[in-house]
Design a protein around this ligand. Structure first.
Ligand SMILES: [Zn+2]
Length: 384
């Protein structure tokens, strides 16, 4: 099958983040096993989703992991000119469809290169690591990355995450944390604002604390020029609370995200915030004993990536991708999870992130060809 045939097949599985991916993962498993490679499935507790991992080549150290996710983001409310789950060639050099770029394109490249991988005389192995639920918080990544230290007796050295990067190596990613804060105050007539505790008023104070914290990090020169913007960001994206202008709100909540540069520690920022919350609780419980503030993680943290330019994987990826320009990104991916397991990790894959998550998502055919060409160079390097 050509890379386009495979991509067409993959796009036709409309697997959204959070949904069962068994149909697509079984199709991939069958495809991989038709080339004599044993593919392993790593199920979730409910057994309705699975990641796939396999080794191609010898049971030797220093192999390379190729990682991708099988889920995509929804198409609801988006204006598509073609069926989102039918890969469409409009003759303009692009292939349209949900996931064509983010990131079934890379998985298609891996599968298209598989026959050559199997035929080659590999001295070091290649692994596939295909996950689920990446788009709703990289939920399957940690266990899948860990498997490469527990299931296999040999130790891989590099991980290449094929998120769309126009085939340019990405060596840095901000850490991403999404949090929810719930404030519980006391209800009452608006005229009694000095006697009651408004959850909205208190939420505003907490939000301002967070904004000041971000500004303080900037003025403390906590900057990393590899990133745009070069500082950690704290952003409140949703606020709910209250029922009427003349009613004191007893409940309010806000959702926020923290995107941290590698030098900043998310635990420190969150624990300073928690300390401020406890101080406010102590003060306000004098007026209303039921007053409380609670912050929870919306989903597990996505760790940052901080691959140094001197790392061996940087030379390696420059060589096989043919691109020497190094970039950083602020979007979430599984790359930090592989780095946390000790594998030198980079992002490098076909297509542009600008096309991801949008209506009429596409991948340029030329990008797919470059993706396959990179994997052919990978085979060549590992056959030495
Ligand atoms: Zn992605």
């Amino acid at each position: 099958m050509t890379v386009e045939d495979i991509l067409k097949k993959l796009v036709a599985f409309p697997v959204l983040g959070g949904e069962s991916n068994l149909a697509i993962i079984h199709w991939i498993k069958e495809y991989v096993e038709s080339f004599g490679v044993e593919a392993n499935l790593l199920y979730n507790d409910q057994k309705d989703k699975a990641s796939l991992h396999c080794r191609i080549g010898p049971e030797m150290d220093d192999g390379v992991i190729l990682s991708g996710h099988t889920d995509v983001v929804p198409v609801e409310g988006q204006e598509w000119n073609t069926g989102p789950f039918v890969l469409t060639d409009k003759g303009d050099g692009k292939l349209y469809g949900r996931g064509s770029c983010d990131m079934k394109g890379f998985i298609a490249c891996c599968l298209a290169a598989l026959p050559e991988m199997v035929k080659a005389d590999l001295k070091r192995p290649i692994y596939f690591a295909f996950s689920y639920d990446e788009e709703i918080g990289c939920l399957a990544g940690p266990e899948l990355a860990r498997t490469f230290n527990t299931y296999y007796t040999e130790t891989p050295v590099y991980a290449i995450i094929g998120e769309p990067s126009m085939m340019e190596p990405i060596v840095g990613q901000k850490g991403i944390y999404i949090l929810e804060t719930y404030v519980n105050g006391s209800a009452g007539h608006s005229s009694r604002i000095k006697q009651e505790v408004s959850a909205i008023h208190e939420s505003m104070r907490l939000i301002l604390w967070l904004e000041n914290k971000m500004n303080q990090l900037i003025s403390d020169q906590r900057l990393d020029d590899r990133f745009q913007p070069p500082h950690s960001t704290i952003h409140i994206g949703m606020v709910h609370g209250g029922i009427a202008p003349n009613v004191i709100a007893d409940k309010a909540q806000f959702y926020w995200d923290l995107r941290t540069i590698p030098m900043d520690n998310v635990e420190t920022i969150v624990s300073e915030f928690e300390a401020f919350c406890r101080k406010r609780e102590e003060e306000l419980q004098r007026a209303f004993p039921g007053f409380s503030i609670k912050t929870i993680e919306n989903h597990p943290p996505v760790p940052h990536l901080d691959t140094k330019v001197e790392a061996d994987v940087v030379d390696f990826i420059k060589k096989i991708s043919g691109n020497s320009k190094l970039n950083t990104v602020a979007y979430a991916s599984e790359v930090g999870q592989f780095a946390n397991e000790g594998f030198q990790s980079v992002i490098c894959g076909p297509g542009s992130i600008a096309q991801a998550h949008r209506p009429n998502e596409f991948i340029a055919k030329e990008q797919l060809e470059k993706g396959v060409a990179m994997l052919q160079k990978l085979i060549h390097e590992l056959s030495k």
